[in-house]
Design a binder for this molecule. Structure first.
Ligand SMILES: [Zn+2]
Length: 638
């Protein structure tokens, strides 16, 4: 109970820190507190998380201990969650987030169970699970199971894996899915330490987003794995995968987990991982999580990657055979700083996770693969931002800090959250100079390590530690325009037009009726994508034939290139690409690829919609529940 008061005092200190020149001091004080005790909560209006039912300033969870059995037949995870809580002395109840959990009992260790109730269900957010507290309750012991349709969990049959022999399970917690399998306060601003004992059928391996705390034990047909995260993390970062998994070291503190049949290809593609960690540390300070391992998942994984601490989850679609898509690895690694170390307090500020990370990713790519590749990837990202601005017509969704209405988890266009966020930081870098900016950013991660962040807090920190009252600089930076206004401020740093000079010439030549570029095969992935994305969106069959024949696009091994081509092809009802399209949509479930393609098809009532329906009927069972939920809205199977 005394710890609660410490947390509140710390929050007040954090606020004071934002507005005073003593920011350094405040940040250091909180850093110590975060490591030794309980992470502070930000008590400011813009830090309020509308996607959680928790009221953490009254009572909050600070440690989660799970003892769970994974039941592949029933598609459930069940057992016990013990929550250590921090509360005001007069708090009568604690509110947790719950989406479809089957609760059996809740107790606090004394003889009598605690009364609890589940409130009205919101379709997106789930329901509040309110537990009555006794005056001395400091711990909740919850016996429960997840529902078979838990949104965080995807259960794969052996046929849906690469090895085809054993079943597979993986979780995806971000943004608000972990409440479907863990009864806790599922809000990014409520950091929690955690540990887990996981029981799985013998022969399967369970990995989690934390260091292992003891060696696995197998007896009586069951294997038991134990993990413990000593650092406080946002609860969406608790992650699990269970399957036929093998491990290979990549470097002294890096390695890859995947199905045995995938191990060689995955390890080859990830060969630069150790170098990337070193490059990231050189930029923005120590990697604080111990090991950095990667888990390459079966193709159904809905995202490119998920930055689960100590164990990034990755789509296998990044494997191109030539490391041309490892920007994805740089991105997930960068989240070890922006996102995992300093975390958006609410989803209205997810640009603080994703924009910072997209910027940082590009700096890692520059350090490892040189300025040309980095400049090209930055220019592509700029194009993505411009596309999002055009789609949103520079409306309110093009603000970095989203208004409450748009601030739902998964709200906001990635072209804004990721790409405009990165362009903003690149613009600051250009104005203040790289050396000054890097020194600031490094100190920012140190000051706020293991703490929640908001736009207001970041801007206050930037003003205290970088602008330092320099009025001319303040005017030049246009900070508030960038964060709170839609569209693009006038001081934007644009990408170097030279980055794609040759490619843009080839686009013009082809658009005027010339040949497809013979140099294409030797181009970088960024160059290929630039070419395909800049071509006119409307083209006749003969021109598409010319492209496909010369560039072998239907057979592209690089999934990003294949996606860009298929997008162009279906917009022009290009029949010769349909077979490649069906293969692509039924062989992987990455949402970034399958969602726009199926949506575009569905809009074309006559030609595209029947194809979309045919494909979705086959592919739906292999897609993640998150992807299914998006695509079910199209009512293709009705
Ligand atoms: Zn990210």
């Amino acid at each position: 109970m005394t710890m609660f008061r410490t947390a509140v005092a710390a929050a007040a200190l954090l606020l004071a820190g934002c507005q005073s020149s003593e920011n350094d001091q405040a940040g250091t004080a909180n850093l110590q507190q975060g490591a030794a005790g309980i992470a502070p909560i930000l008590d400011t209006p813009e830090a309020k998380d509308n996607a959680s039912f928790a009221r953490p300033l009254e009572a909050r969870v600070h440690h989660v201990a799970l003892d769970l059995t994974v039941d592949f037949d029933a598609k459930r995870i069940g057992g016990t969650a013990i929550l250590d809580i921090d509360r005001k002395p007069d708090a009568k109840e604690i509110v947790l987030d719950d989406k479809g959990l089957e609760i059996e009992s809740i107790a606090d260790g004394s003889d009598e169970p605690l009364p609890w109730k589940v409130g009205a269900t919101d379709e997106k957010l789930g329901a509040p699970l309110t537990v009555s507290l006794r005056p001395d309750t400091e711990r909740l012991i919850i016996k429960y199971k997840s529902a078979p349709d838990a949104g965080a969990l995807q259960w794969l049959t052996p046929e849906q894996t690469s090895g085809k022999k054993k079943p597979y399970l993986f979780s995806q917690g971000q943004a608000i899915e972990n409440r479907t399998w863990i009864p806790t306060q599922d809000s990014p601003g409520i950091r929690q330490t955690w540990e887990a004992t996981i029981r799985v059928p013998a022969g399967l391996t369970a990995v989690m987003s934390a260091p292992k705390s003891s060696e696995p034990i197998t007896q009586g047909g069951e294997s038991v794995f134990s993990y413990r995260m000593e650092h406080s993390v946002a609860p969406y970062m608790i992650a699990i995968a269970v399957g036929d998994l093998a491990f290979r070291e990549l470097g002294p503190r890096t390695g890859v987990w995947t199905e045995p049949v995938m191990l060689d290809r995955a390890a080859a593609e990830l060969a630069d991982t150790e170098k990337m960690v070193a490059a990231a540390e050189k930029l923005y300070g120590p990697y604080r999580w111990g090991r950095y391992d990667l888990l390459v998942l079966p193709p159904a994984f809905p995202y490119g990657g998920m930055e689960n601490p100590t164990l990034t989850f990755l789509t296998p679609t990044f494997i191109a055979g030539d490391k041309s898509l490892v920007g994805l690895v740089a991105h997930e690694l960068a989240h070890s700083w922006s996102g995992n170390l300093v975390t958006n307090a609410s989803w209205a500020d997810s640009w603080l996770n994703e924009g910072f990370t997209s910027y940082f990713e590009n700096r890692i790519m520059e350090a490892i693969y040189g300025p040309k590749r980095a400049a090209q990837e930055a220019a592509l990202s700029f194009d993505d931002m411009e596309k999002a601005r055009a789609e949103e017509k520079d409306g309110p969704n093009t603000r970095l800090n989203l208004a409450a209405a748009e601030a739902v988890p998964d709200g906001g266009a990635s072209g804004i959250i990721y790409d405009k966020g990165a362009v903003f930081l690149r613009t600051i870098e250009k104005i203040v100079g790289r050396e000054t900016w890097d020194a600031y950013l490094r100190s920012y991660f140190d000051r706020h390590a293991f703490q929640p962040m908001t736009s207001a807090r970041f801007l206050a920190d930037l003003r205290a530690n970088l602008v330092k009252g320099d009025k001319a600089l303040e005017t030049k930076l246009q900070l508030d325009n960038w964060v709170y206004k839609p569209g693009l401020p006038s001081n934007v740093t644009r990408p170097d037009p030279a980055a794609f000079a040759d490619v843009d010439k080839a686009v013009q030549a082809f658009s005027r009726g010339g040949d497809a570029p013979s140099a294409f095969a030797g181009w970088t992935t960024a160059e290929k994508l630039r070419f395909l994305n800049k071509l006119p969106r409307k083209m006749g069959t003969a021109r598409l034939d010319a492209l496909n024949r010369t560039l072998h696009l239907n057979e592209a091994a690089n999934q990003e290139v294949l996606f860009a081509w298929l997008d162009l092809a279906i917009r022009n009802r290009y029949d010769p690409a349909v077979l490649a399209l069906e293969r692509f949509l039924t062989s992987q479930g990455r949402r970034k690829f399958v969602r726009p393609l199926i949506e575009t098809l569905a809009e074309d009532q006559q030609w595209g919609r029947p194809i979309a329906a045919r494909v979705y009927r086959v592919a739906r069972p292999t897609y993640h529940p998150i992807t299914q939920r998006d695509l079910d809205k199209l009512k293709l199977l009705a």
